[in-house]
Design a protein around this ligand. Structure first.
Ligand code: K7E
Ligand code: CUA
Ligand code: CA
Length: 644
């Protein structure tokens, strides 16, 4: 191919892109939804669904590259969607640094295979993990005083309604809990300080929104009638990971945000209709953003104004509209928002929530102080907490903020990011015709879901970068078959104009991510032997220890050898094998694989892991090191001899 041929084929690709945007993006919405949804929209101020030009990389994109030997400035922690994992990237390079298995199985590290990981995942009576599927959407870290403290990261599992905690020093999952009484656990967010005791300025609660409604308890009664289903909003103790309380609500939850003073948690609601089919879910022009008064809820729990559901012991308070008519005692405040909103994010100054319209071309700005005023009984109508509602484009989903009062919202249908100014939007809402609300737009490729700014979910938002996690990449990368890579596009937002500086490919399917300054994260490079009760601290402790049919095999690894040259078992033995990696050198990881027994895992320096299996086949099995560790890595093996 000559350069001309390549250019020509790029032009064809560009043509293909137009077609793609004009058709695929609107499939399923053109007939039923969008025309209805956009009925209130002023056509003039809304751009067409197709971008006007092919977005080019900024001319100085080279300056965003990170040369060999240099480190990125930021970590990006990303959910992995229906892979069930969490990913870590460096920014601005986009280099993938690690995948953290959480709800999935991972053969590389042995997640779901080792006894330690199974204890976290939970098991069925036969010893296999309870679930091997997971669906992670939202990752958020623990806070101190409104910014990240580098301690924990929390992530949801939408399929099985579980919450996981990852410790940030090892970047490994350490705890998974089930949330009772709900399905479709979607949005999650830790609090940023304690609402009751201002001296506690760090995360103690994690809030969890249930997207789907259910008959409660979900035990086979009231199966058909969707109007009898209910959703719950849940609070988990971030330290013990116990479920503290739940709130029964009208409508559903979706995304979750928390205020900087700890007083409120919020969730957007797209199904206030309580519909069970999508047409029903978009029947009304207005849905809501629902606010929870955390201190009042905890007082109600303390006072025992609770019920329980089914066999769950979790105290449930009543947050439905009917039970919360008097704002002065209300636990919840429903703020009407058009239409099927998706996403709620708070500005880094703690003043405003942006709740996007999705089927309305608007973003609603809700003032934190006005919601508090409503709870004081000093604001007659909760809708008056909305202080701006700019028209910003089609299919607005998620909003990130810089440090200059600007918001950046993803437009799913327009395939754009729109930059708009919050104070200007408030002025325009009050009638100022000269207020310049929309400051810039940039095409992204294609159909952005989440977008987020560097440190944007903290009071230290720095206005450097925005990443657009796009749902379609179409022609943006070399074709790799029907399942495409997805794009995480890096945009420099430090100037007046947004600059597209990189297309990073990502494996399906990141939803939300956070961008964290690298100095906040402090990791350990090797483990401590004492952290593992089973550790084999000396090679001399190695051996085969028999107790009837139950056999314990203890061994250690030090490159390039395992401490046992062979170990003998009898057919039918139930074997627990414990392996400690005694190497102390950073990055010196060994692996252990047992052929035909489906065992594979790694041990990092000074780490101990164990596996349990039945030696059910007589013969010789070469257990070998799977992780390249030494010039004699291939020679690093031991024989498992199973006698008939
Ligand atoms: Cu994908 Cu945050 Cu689950 Cu929006 S959600 S995109
Ligand atoms: Cu040890 Cu390879
Ligand atoms: Ca709706």
């Amino acid at each position: 191919m000559t350069q001309d041929d390549i250019k020509k084929s790029d032009t064809q690709l560009d043509h293909g892109r137009r077609k793609f945007l004009n058709t695929t993006a609107l499939v399923g919405l053109s007939g039923v939804g969008l025309s209805v949804g956009l009925s209130g929209c002023n056509k003039e101020s809304v751009p067409s669904a197709a971008p006007t030009a092919k977005a080019e990389a900024s001319a100085e994109f080279g300056k965003y590259e990170v040369p060999p030997g240099q480190l990125d400035e930021y970590y990006s922690f990303s959910s992995g969607g229906h892979s069930g994992e969490v990913r870590i990237y460096g920014l601005p390079s986009g280099r993938e640094l690690k995948r953290i298995p959480v709800f999935n199985m991972d053969a590389l590290v042995g997640w779901g295979i080792t006894n330690e990981s199974k204890a976290i995942l939970g098991t069925k009576p036969n010893g296999t993990p309870k679930y091997v599927t997971g669906d992670t959407h939202h990752v958020h870290q623990s806070y101190s005083d409104g910014t990240y403290d580098g301690k924990y990261m929390f992530v949801n599992d939408k399929i099985h309604s579980r919450l996981a905690r990852i410790r940030m020093d090892t970047m490994e999952c350490e705890k998974i809990i089930d949330i009772p009484n709900i399905q479709g656990f979607h949005g999650t967010f830790p609090d940023k300080r304690d609402p009751v005791d201002p001296s506690i300025n760090h995360t103690t609660r994690v809030f969890c929104g249930a997207e789907f409604s259910l008959p409660l308890p979900n035990d086979g009664h009231d199966l058909e009638d969707g109007s009898k289903y209910k959703s719950l909003f849940t609070c988990v103790d971030s330290n013990t990971m116990d479920v503290r309380w739940q709130v029964l609500i009208d409508g559903n939850c979706d995304l979750v945000a928390t205020s900087y003073d700890g007083k409120l948690a919020a969730t957007n609601q797209y199904n206030t209709e309580m519909g069970v089919h999508y047409e029903d879910m978009m029947a009304k022009e207005m849905d809501a953003c629902l606010f929870f008064n955390v201190a009042r809820i905890e007082e109600a729990v303390k006072a025992g104004k609770v019920r329980t559901i089914g066999s769950s012991k979790v105290p449930v308070v009543d947050g439905t509209k009917a039970a919360n008519q008097d704002p002065k005692t209300a636990l919840t405040c429903y703020v009407p928002i058009p239409k099927n909103p998706h996403g709620v994010n708070i500005s880094p100054d703690g003043k405003y929530y942006a709740c996007a319209g999705k089927l309305s071309p608007t973003a609603s700005v809700i003032e934190h102080a006005q919601v508090l005023k409503w709870f004081d009984g000093a604001l007659a109508n909760s809708r008056d907490a909305v202080v701006a509602e700019p028209e910003i484009g089609l299919g607005p989903l998620h909003t990130g903020f810089d440090n200059k009062g600007n918001a950046y919202t993803t437009l799913f249908l327009d395939s754009q990011i729109v930059k708009w100014n919050v104070e200007a939007a408030i002025k325009a809402f009050k009638g100022d015709k000269n207020a310049k609300v929309v400051l810039d737009r940039i095409d992204v490729h294609y159909q952005p879901g989440h977008g987020f700014t560097s440190m944007g979910e903290t009071r230290e938002s720095d206005g450097r970068y925005f990443v657009s996690d796009n749902k379609f990449s179409k022609d943006r990368f070399l074709p790799v078959g029907p399942l495409h890579a997805e794009t995480a596009q890096l945009i420099d937002i430090s100037g007046d104009k947004m600059k597209l500086v990189a297309d990073h490919s990502v494996y399906s399917e990141p939803h939300d991510s956070i961008i964290v300054r690298r100095d906040i994260i402090k990791t350990r490079q090797i483990y401590n032997l004492d952290d593992f009760p089973l550790a084999v601290k000396d090679p001399k402790e190695s051996g085969v220890f028999r107790n009837g049919k139950k056999v314990t095999v203890k061994l250690t690894s030090q490159a390039p050898a395992f401490s046992l040259r062979e170990f003998k078992l009898k057919k039918g033995d139930e074997v627990t094998l414990i392996l400690t990696n005694l190497d102390k050198v950073e990055d010196l990881t060994h692996g252990f694989a047992i052929p035909k027994h489906d065992i594979q895992f790694i041990v990092n320096p000074q780490e101990t892991k164990s596996v349990t299996f039945i030696a059910d086949k007589p013969g010789v099995y070469w257990c070998y090191c799977t992780n390249f560790c030494h010039a004699l890595h291939l020679e690093m093996r031991t024989r498992m001899i199973v006698e008939a």
